[in-house]
Write a protein that binds this ligand. Structure first.
Ligand code: GTP
Ligand code: MG
Length: 198
């Protein structure tokens, strides 16, 4: 999509702060440090829109971004990552409740992008999340991230392995790199297909 504007709409610590439903929403979900905020920035071609960090746990609130292009408008929703060891159980449960409350009561949510680092195996966290999403009728696409970190042969092998581990239709697993831009067009096609049917 051609991007005209991309800006932060609001950041929420609790579900009562969520903005009133508007444009179709695309949510970014996945382990901390997997590259959610970076991928969101790459998709909208803004380097510093969503805050990124090499320290896991950067995104602790739910950030809503409004993106417009031509006559279209979307919201991109950057969710806090899971699996970050350095937080108390209490804090972790708080984030989980926040993320679940978003995913469970959000009519405009049309696609959830679950990110998976190319160098890691799919864990129970991802498998259970995909099941949880499917049970609620939420459409999910997996973006394999950071593919630039591997040399071509190893990369191709890892992508094959992850596709096998994921057990999803081929067009719902997209290999990406926010560094090189690989897979970004394919991800846009999946997003626009879910949001507008084309
Ligand atoms: P939390 O907000 O903690 O949940 O993390 P996040 O999933 O938003 O990760 P973030 O986008 O902040 O990226 C984490 C680190 O990975 C940063 O140092 C990024 O520069 C790096 N990174 C993200 N995507 C890529 C990629 O495609 N290639 C490379 N080489 N590095 C990446
Ligand atoms: Mg983040």
């Amino acid at each position: 999509m051609k991007i005209d504007t991309a800006e932060l709409l609001t950041s929420c610590a609790r579900s009562s702060d969520f903005p009133a439903p508007g444009a179709p929403e695309v949510a970014f979900l996945g382990r901390s440090n997997v590259g959610k905020s970076t991928l969101l920035n790459r998709l909208v071609r803004r380097k510093k829109l969503a805050r990124t960090s090499s320290t896991p746990g950067k995104t602790r609130l739910i950030h809503f971004f409004t993106v417009t292009g031509g006559s279209r408008e979307l919201r991109m929703v950057d969710l806090p990552g899971y699996g970050w060891a350095k937080v108390s159980r209490r804090e972790r449960e708080g984030w989980q409740r926040l993320v679940e409350s978003y995913l469970e009561e959000r009519p405009p949510l049309c696609v959830t992008i679950l990110l998976q680092d190319v160098r890691r195996d799919v864990s129970e966290d991802e498998t259970l999340l995909l099941e949880w999403l499917a049970e609620r009728g939420l459409f999910a696409v997996v973006a394999i991230t950071k593919t630039d970190k591997l040399k071509p042969m190893r990369r191709a092998k890892r992508i094959r392995e992850l596709r096998e581990q994921l057990d999803l239709p081929g067009d719902r697993v997209i290999a990406t790199s926010s560094a090189t831009g690989d897979g970004i067009d394919a991800l846009w096609r999946a997003i626009l297909g879910a949001a507008y049917g084309n």
